[in-house]
Design a protein around this ligand. Structure first.
Ligand SMILES: Nc1nc2c(ncn2[C@@H]2O[C@H](COP(=O)(O)OP(=O)(O)OP(=O)(O)O)[C@@H](O)[C@H]2O)c(=O)[nH]1
Ligand SMILES: [Mg+2]
Length: 587
């Protein structure tokens, strides 16, 4: 029912007020519905601009904002994620790690804000993020942002500043969608393809932009686009039909600041901007609204169930009510017992997953020692003679990609296993909860209605996989023995190999432990969160059914005379809820 889509927050806010007026026991439902409305109202959507260093990410965001607010440069620059959201005024808020208070600058002067940002987000003025900035938040009046999107400028990956790559990878978990930027010159690199794999695991939607086409003729742009699409298809498994926007962010920014409509169009920025606006207006809201609507319908369903049960409990002869209440309480006890058994089985499953992880990490240790020794061996086979430092360097730079890849593989295996286990548990829990609702409906002669959205707004089967590890790749300083130099090549190589082997073994232990620890945290968090949500669902179902019946029962015991008025009130509430449910698109 599309016609409701526009007004959903209003409908929900209105229903929340109405439900609140039904009485104190309905206030929690009203609060939840009001929260859903607020969530739609403030539905912030994190769109990160991602890519290798110097591809023009900051310039592209400036073009979208219409002014040169974010610093950009020919050297690797952005060192801290910068979140830009809508606000009447331009304001920069710097958030620090630890307890240090935020620094806030609210001015309309773009050069001043630019300068402020330069001091905190740039590699040049804040090298290695020595100022301890967590992130920078900017508000800006640009029209695009008014759609509820938060644009995020991220440090480029793959530069000599490894900490910038780490910063961005750590930030991915907070992104809903990504704008992946490559440049026409040079064409897409291996690092970028690997990065893209990581991005696609982390976000639901990726937009592709080929920047700096002003370096190319139209014909060359066509060739670059085909090359990029081919690479996407062959190396990242992305459908050849995907849209790639060729742009010149630099010209787009010039057009935006000088008001050149033709240049804005020919820079390609008009197309990117229109596409983003279209997406935000349609799909972003559709996804969020769909989830909110389902959840709201379930809440209204529960309100309806509570009203019906209270009504029946007030109407029924008191002896019958007592009998049925006892029968229902026995049913709840049985369900609680079953839930405890299920929790034990879940705990057993968690242990089995952990055991599987331990076995995988053990195998990884052996595999990685062999791999890194091979890397060292190849590096040592230099015809000019074995160079120990060069070999260390080779191993050092092999470590990060190797473990990133291994983490990806391990995560994929464990994730599949956890998802299928939790799915089975979820079904059993849904059946159990359903059986309580069925029992309530049967005993009190009311229609049974199944819950559809499965509880929470967040997808609970989706495990909470975070972590990126700072892979350890620092070798201990070499204690070269003077004697080495005098030794024949073969012996010298042997001694170097021995030293390197020992250091590799040490690094493997540390890195494999990093990977083990990160995955273990993920497994534990996922299972804990899952179990807690199942308990909450069960408690809610018991409250909505048993809670409603016992409240009515107590009322009848205490003040029999009010029953008629209560019944009239419930009758009216019931009709209102039925109307609200049909307005929201069901029944
Ligand atoms: N010719 C041309 N140069 C561009 C374009 N977009 C950006 N540049 C230049 O490329 C350089 C890098 O731009 P930035 O916007 O700083 O790139 P970035 O991706 O944010 O870089 P990091 O923050 O270091 O990752 C700057 O000198 C820009 O002026 C473009 O469309 N065409
Ligand atoms: Mg930048």
């Amino acid at each position: 029912m599309k016609s409701h889509t526009l007004h959903l927050p209003d409908i929900l806010a209105c229903e929340a007020d109405r439900i609140r007026s039904f009485g104190p026991e309905y206030v929690p439902y009203a609060d939840q519905i009001r929260d859903l409305a607020a969530r739609l109202d403030t539905g912030r959507f994190h769109l990160a601009v991602l890519g290798q260093f110097k591809r023009g990410k900051s310039t592209l965001i400036n073009a979208l904002l219409g002014e040169a607010l974010l610093p950009s440069s020919v050297i690797p620059l952005t060192a801290v994620p910068t979140l830009i959201s809508h606000g009447e005024r331009r304001c920069v808020r710097v958030r620090f790690k630890g307890d240090r208070e935020d620094e806030v600058v609210a001015r309309d002067s773009i050069p001043e804000l630019h300068q402020k940002l330069l001091g905190y987000v740039s590699e040049e003025f804040n090298p290695h993020n020595e100022r301890g900035v967590l992130q920078v938040e900017v508000t800006h009046p640009a029209a695009l942002l008014a759609q509820g999107v938060v644009l995020i400028d991220t440090p480029g990956i793959g530069s000599i500043h490894q900490h910038n790559t780490e910063m961005t990878l750590n930030f991915l978990a907070q992104c809903d969608a990504a704008l992946f930027l490559v440049s026409a010159d040079p064409p897409i690199t291996k690092v970028e393809v690997e990065f893209l794999h990581t991005i696609r695991d982390a976000v639901a939607k990726v937009f592709f932009v080929l920047n700096k086409v002003d370096y190319l003729t139209d014909e060359e742009t066509g060739t670059a686009l085909s090359f990029f699409k081919k690479a996407l298809r062959e190396r990242a498994g992305i459908d050849g039909q995907v849209s790639v926007f060729p742009v010149s962010a630099k010209q787009g920014l010039a057009a935006a600041t000088s008001g050149g409509a033709d240049l804005w169009e020919s820079s390609g920025m008009a197309a990117v901007s229109a596409h983003l606006i279209g997406f935000l207006a349609a799909e972003k809201n559709a996804v969020l609204e769909d989830a909110v609507r389902k959840k709201a319908l379930d809440l209204l369903g529960d309100v309806g169930l509570r009203i019906e049960l209270s009504k029946r409990a007030l109407e029924m002869p008191i002896d019958t009510l007592e009998d049925r209440l006892h029968t229902f309480e026995a049913k709840i006890q049985e369900a609680e017992l079953q839930r405890r058994h299920a929790a034990d089985i879940l705990e057993g499953d968690r242990k089995r997953v952990v055991a599987r992880l331990e076995a995988q990490v053990q195998a990884l240790r052996e595999r990685s020692i062999a791999h890194l020794r091979e890397v060292a061996k190849t590096a040592l086979a230099d015809p000019a003679g074995p160079d120990e430092e060069a070999a260390q360097e080779a191993v050092s730079s092999a470590i990060q990609p190797y473990y990133e890849h291994e983490l990806g593989e391990t995560t994929a295996v464990i994730e599949r296993e956890v998802a299928s286990l939790l799915h089975a548990h979820q079904q059993r829990a849904d059946d159990l909860i359903g059986s309580i609702r069925v029992a309530a409906a049967d005993l009190f002669d009311i229609p049974y209605r199944a819950v559809e959205s499965g509880g929470t707004l967040s997808m609970r089967q989706e495990p909470f996989w975070v972590s990126r590890k700072g892979w350890e790749s620092i070798f201990s300083p070499i204690t070269k023995e003077l004697l080495d130099r005098a030794l024949p090549r073969g012996m010298r190589e042997k001694r170097i190999r021995k030293r390197l082997d020992a250091q590799i073994a040490h690094l493997v232990v540390r890195n494999a432990e990093n990977l083990r620890w990160a995955t273990l945290q993920n497994i534990d968090t996922t299972f804990r969160q899952f179990a807690r949500e199942l308990d909450e669902d069960l408690a809610e179902t018991i409250d909505v059914t048993h809670g409603a019946i016992t409240a009515a029962y107590r009322k009848r015991k205490e003040h029999l005379d009010e029953t008629t008025a209560d019944l009239a009130r419930l009758q009216q509430a019931s009709a209102l809820v039925a109307a609200a449910r049909s307005e929201l698109g069901r029944e």
